[in-house]
Design a protein around this ligand. Structure first.
Ligand SMILES: [Zn+2]
Length: 561
């Protein structure tokens, strides 16, 4: 038995040491050297980054080439998110993804436009068959851009497996120059239950970090008792750019034994939301810094690897322990933090009382809260933990705690608006009040008779808000009755002050024309090269509708020869 077991161990460690991904199969999708503004699985809002962000020298319009042969299996064009995105499936089963594109290569662009005109929609999602758009390795597929939710020109590049799980593209042999150790920015320590204390306190403590000459770190010594866990703030930087990117692997060691690991190799989109349980969500909500917990607490994330006691340290009285954190980048540059822990049952313990309110959320049950015109419904398993919740309704404003608890499911906030006239009801929407000046941000609102219902994952303050102002529409690069014969583009500016733009429709002489909407510049753009505007005298009509249904119509004439 012992023999078989040890053989198995040798075999499995041999397997895990091998990189199972094909090397040098996928080539650089750009003609310029790879420089990254974002790494795989780095921490983003409500998700892990699913690919590499490749810098494009602050420019758009760079040629994007297929990383390998295959066929275009999916095309998605959306106002937000990936913007214009292309998916190529390869014979080895992997799919590469190219996003935030400016436009597609001519043949793909023609294919997309045909469907956009047929569906009369800029936003579109297509799943071409293998024979429709076959692709050769290194052939032009698109031009890089800044479309969708991109904050600056770059190419978002992904490699997914057959199950649509994104994998760290670096594992396929992509080489990025990196000789710099990851930077550690902060260390925190948490007492994890009622009988646990750190430095005589039962609340989270920041511990002082000291960089050493060799690039590693040490901290002030701590005194603790009971179950404790740590969190680390860290980022990595590659040689050719100043961007703060994500790290590749984090391990911790308790008296020499590995007790936790975060391994950023692959994840599933269905689990990416649990990032809010990996980071200290309250810390992020209040300080805008993402620190990663080095212990597993109600977190199913597959990037968390099983290890001794799931990262929790049980500190006993009159003991001495050494805790080490190792943070590494893909090139195995590593930074170590060493923390000395004295186990001591202290005399004067500061126990901050938990905040108690009349309302308690038991995460394993449904919770229904109601007061005045508002009700809130949490389904079971909405939160990672049980907690006393602040719940207060004043007139048309709901205070639903602060946005300091991560939810893994949407919940419903319902306002009964029967006290309003039918006419007013149509202008009402549910807004999340943001910041100190309580700026009302539209929250997707459904209407059901006299009820307005918002589905959201965010706690915070919500209020009924009224939008009676219609969107604004104006010509951006031309004037009424102007001759536009030499123009390549027709640009119209659209905006909405309150609830925001829901949809738009543009026609010329009654015929639908494709106008691309860029929400960042509030611009609709038509390309005359679509060759759908063939008359000399053209009546452009643009209708824009906001999220409560107010609409505006803009009409103008232009001429072309
Ligand atoms: Zn990206």
């Amino acid at each position: 038995m012992r023999y078989i077991l040890s053989l198995f161990l040798v075999f499995s460690s041999y397997l895990s040491a091998q990189n199972p991904y094909p090397q040098d199969y996928f080539s650089n999708p750009l003609d310029i050297p790879l420089v990254l503004s974002g790494t795989f699985a780095e921490l983003r809002s409500n998700h892990f980054h699913s690919g590499l962000d490749i810098k494009t020298q602050q420019r758009t319009g760079l040629k994007v080439k297929a990383s390998a042969s295959g066929f275009v299996s999916r095309i998605k064009v959306s106002h937000y998110g990936y913007g214009k995105a292309l998916y190529i499936t390869h014979p080895n089963g992997y799919t590469t993804v190219y996003a935030h594109l400016q436009k597609f290569s001519p043949d793909i662009e023609a294919y997309v436009k045909k469907h956009q005109y047929k569906n009369e929609s800029y936003e579109i999602e297509l799943f071409p068959k293998a024979e429709n758009l076959p692709i050769q390795k290194d052939s032009l597929i698109a031009y890089s851009g800044n479309s969708g939710g991109s904050g600056g020109p770059h190419l978002h590049y992904e490699i997914r497996d057959k199950q649509e799980r994104p994998i760290n593209p670096m594992l396929f042999g992509i080489d990025i120059k990196d000789s710099v150790n990851p930077i550690i920015t902060s260390i925190y320590v948490y007492p994890l239950d009622n009988n646990s204390f750190v430095n005589s306190s039962n609340s989270k403590q920041k511990i002082r970090l000291t960089p050493l000459k060799n690039g590693d770190y040490t901290t002030e010594n701590i005194e603790a008792i009971g179950n404790i866990g740590f969190a680390v703030g860290t980022f990595d930087r590659q040689d050719l750019a100043a961007n703060s990117n994500g790290v590749y692997n984090i391990q911790t060691f308790y008296n020499g034994t590995r007790n936790f690991e975060i391994d950023f190799k692959r994840f599933a989109f269905s689990e990416t939301k649990h990032i809010n349980q990996l980071i200290d969500y309250e810390h992020f909500a209040t300080k805008r810094q993402r620190i990663q917990k080095l212990f597993r607490k109600n977190n199913p994330l597959s990037i968390l690897k099983p290890a001794l006691n799931e990262g929790v340290l049980n500190i006993k009285d009159s003991t001495y322990s050494v805790y080490k954190i190792r943070v590494a980048d893909y090139k195995n540059n590593e930074s170590w933090v060493t923390i000395h822990i004295k186990g001591a049952k202290n005399k004067s313990l500061k126990q901050e009382p938990a905040k108690i309110t009349p309302y308690f959320v038991n995460s394993s049950q449904t919770t229904h809260l109601k007061e005045g015109i508002v009700s809130v419904d949490f389904y079971k398993d909405t939160f990672y933990e049980d907690f006393y919740i602040d719940f207060e309704v004043k007139n048309d404003t709901l205070k639903l705690h602060e946005d300091v608890k991560a939810a893994k499911k949407n919940f419903n906030i319902t306002f009964d608006v029967s006290k309003y006239s039918i006419e007013d009801r149509n202008s009402l929407y549910i807004a999340k009040l943001l910041g100190d000046n309580k700026y009302p941000a539209y929250t997707s609102t459904k209407r059901k008779d006299h009820l307005l219902i918002a589905r959201t994952k965010k706690l915070g303050t919500y209020a009924l808000s009224m939008d009676t102002v219609s969107p604004t529409i104006s010509a951006k690069n031309f004037k009424d009755k102007q001759w536009l014969s030499n123009f390549r583009y027709l640009k119209v500016k659209i905006d909405d002050q309150e609830s925001g733009i829901s949809n738009y429709r543009a026609t010329v002489n009654g015929k639908w024309i494709l106008m691309e909407y860029d929400y960042k510049t509030k611009t609709l753009t038509h390309d005359f090269n679509d060759n759908v505007i063939t008359d000399t005298k053209n009546n452009l009509k643009v209708i824009v509708t906001d999220n409560v249904g107010n609409n505006s119509t803009f009409e103008t004439l232009f001429y072309r020869k």
